[in-house]
Design a protein around this ligand. Structure first.
Ligand SMILES: *Cc1c(COP(=O)(O)O)cnc(C)c1O
Length: 371
């Protein structure tokens, strides 16, 4: 699905040097590499505070902890997402309230969220799925109306641009009260191991996030609250700081692959190409098609026979996962869009180093399948 080796070889000298420097410096924890990456990511995102942490799941957990939510508080989350988004809600004893997603963009909408708001609702965790921002401005308006917090799960959309109603652009993940991201190797900004970060423009929240990620400590050996130990490794920060410089080029490379796929598949009636969200650019963490003639699994097997990897993100709605059955409180759970998407979606290889030959081969085989 991705070619991390080729990407590494293209910037090997720079990366090798940065990693060696970091090892030789012996500043392995919260050293200058972490500070430098934090500052550079803040300026890239145009956000006041970046708080690095150990992975994207921790980012979501620490964000929820910093809001001071109590057991039984309800947190709204899409049922079509990676497990981590909802898992941390359950882990903290909060109640996940699941919502369906838009059939075209796969993202939650303010309308769908508003239907499930109750007096117990405390937060919303929209996901900017597959590389484009959900309509976060509308979700923020809703949050203002009901006094809720918004934590954006931006693990898949770092670098995407969101256009506000006043025409101004902001980076995806920086519009909610807190944004969370992951630097898992295959993410658009990927480390060579685990990593994550939270972003916010709110000074108070930033202090709480930083404290929560560091054993609830504001001053060394003085612990104000129960926290966790979640740090971004210095070696990973050194790698990420270099890759950040290429993030926009990487997004362009992914967009070019998507444009090629779009064109090749535009006339296949049984395929729905990715629908763009009106107010966001798409950085194509995934290129996800919908197979409308019931032959998704056949297509997947056919591609595999021809040595073309493909993935189904996601095969099971979260509400149908064993893990959530015990904690879901919604009486008549039914999410028709998610249920349909789980049976129709397929993601094709997309990465920053794809060449014409690979693309031609993949598109030819897909077109052949539908002939
Ligand atoms: C990758 C991902 C996460 C979790 O990130 P990790 O760094 O693997 O913990 C959370 N949410 C979404 C939507 C993701 O894609």
């Amino acid at each position: 699905m991705v070619d991390l080796r080729k990407q590494y070889l293209n910037i090997q000298d720079e990366l090798d040097q940065a990693v060696l420097e970091c090892i030789r410096s012996t500043a392995y924890i919260n050293g200058p590499k972490v500070k430098a990456f934090q500052a550079n990511l803040e300026s890239y995102l145009g956000v006041k505070h970046v708080i690095p942490c150990a992975n994207g799941t921790d980012a979501l957990q620490v964000a929820l902890m910093a809001l001071g939510l109590k057991a039984g508080d309800e947190v709204i989350v899409p049922t079509f997402t990676y497990v981590a988004t909802a898992e941390v809600i359950g882990l903290l004893g909060l109640t996940p309230i699941m919502v369906d997603v838009d059939k075209d963009t796969f993202n939650v909408t303010a309308e769908l969220i508003e239907e499930v708001i109750t007096p117990k609702t405390k937060a919303i965790v929209p996901v900017n799925l597959f590389g484009q921002s959900a309509d976060i401005e509308s979700i923020m308006e809703l949050a203002d109306k009901y006094g809720l917090h918004v934590i954006e799960d931006n693990a898949q959309a770092i670098g995407a641009d969101y256009t506000l109603k006043n025409g101004q652009q902001q980076k995806a993940g920086t519009i909610g009260h807190i944004g969370c991201t992951s630097f898992y190797p295959s993410k658009n900004l990927g480390a060579y191991g685990d990593g994550g970060a939270m972003f916010t423009n709110d000074d108070d929240l930033a202090a709480k996030l930083r404290k929560t990620a560091n054993h609830g400590q504001s001053k060394r050996y003085y612990h104000d609250c129960i926290g966790v130990n979640s740090r971004l490794d210095a070696v990973q920060a050194a790698i990420l700081d270099i890759k950040l410089k290429y993030l926009d080029d990487y997004a362009e490379a992914r967009q070019a692959v998507a444009a090629h796929y779009d064109q090749a598949f535009a006339n296949i009636d049984a395929l729905q190409i990715p629908v763009r969200q009106a107010n966001s650019t798409h950085v194509f963490h995934q290129y996800t098609l919908q197979v409308l003639n019931g032959k998704r699994d056949e297509l997947k097997a056919y591609l595999q026979e021809h040595n073309i990897p493909s993935m189904v993100y996601y095969p099971v709605p979260l509400n149908e996962q064993e893990a959530f059955k015990a904690i879901l409180t919604q009486p008549n759970l039914s999410f028709p869009v998610t249920e349909k998407l789980c049976k129709t979606v397929i993601s094709l290889p997309i990465h920053t180093e794809m060449d014409k030959e690979q693309l031609e081969y993949i598109t030819t085989k897909v077109v052949e399948f539908f002939k």
